[in-house]
Design a protein around this ligand. Sequence first.
Ligand code: PBG
Length: 326
Amino acid sequence: MASFPHARPRRLRRTAALRAAVAETAVPPAALVQPLFVVDDGVEASPIASMPGQERLTPEAAAAQAAAAGTAGVGGVILFGVPATKDAVGTPAHDPDGPVCRTIRAIKDSGAALSVWADVCLCEYTDHGHCGIVDATTGDVLNDATHEHLAAAAVAYADAGADVVAPSDMMDGRVGAIRKALDAGGHDDVALVSYAAKYASAFYGPFRDAADSAPAFGDRRTYQMDPPNVVEALREVDLDVAEGADAVMVKPAGPYLDVVRAVADRVDVPVAAYQVSGEYSMVEAAAANGWIDRDRAIVESLVGIRRAGARVVLTYWAREYAERLA
Ligand code: PBG
């Protein structure tokens, strides 16, 4: 009899080669999508203080970043606009000469191989900072009235050449409305990835600085999901798939890995997860203080999101991971 215990799981952890051979989860750069912030003429391209290492870029600089990310093997970029002007209904969101449309065209003209995603929402473009149209007397965010504005933005991005449009507003029924408008506009080949389970999260704080999109009054709790809920996330996902979503997203990622797993077990469309600005900035801040091993924390956080069941991961570290950490 061999000595007790017979089972020694440590045997397969003994060398790096053995560990790599039995690793259950990989993070291929092609599964990653890099968010980029792009500024309008009249808005200064500048570093984002709350997201060290991230910048607001001109469309030309964003196209260069996208090309470099594509060369490194990153699967896609997702674009967020920082417009020079805002109004009550977010008109600049569908401006064909706005920063997002210009950047899409610049990336496509450059021949970059990666996919180009456009976030579809009104909050960066409305003067009140809400993701939908606001009733002037009650202050309520109006659901159905918002659809046509989101659809106009999605069609503008598709016209500019986007491969994917990704509505992040959380209005009910918007996936169907956007799909219908895309098809009517001759874009039945443009994919729709819905932010299906998007939670009202404190972890978006740094993004709202970056995109200047914090709500001027109230908060997003009447449209984004309540953090305690997971059954409701499945309902949101089912509705979006029924309305024509090609893939569904969970957001944020790290604090919602149980939701990622539940959704991945439920649907047979690909699941994406968004490692949001707060998840990024927490690691960067701890690393800047010497409190955490930055590279290991980045890789471990991405492995965790993939292990939970996300096929695609949106992360501010996409390019760096592909270039240096993969
Ligand atoms: C727009 C949008 C937000 C994010 C992605 N799309 C902000 C919000 O809902 O307030 C957050 C991304 C991040 O924090 O990295 N609705």
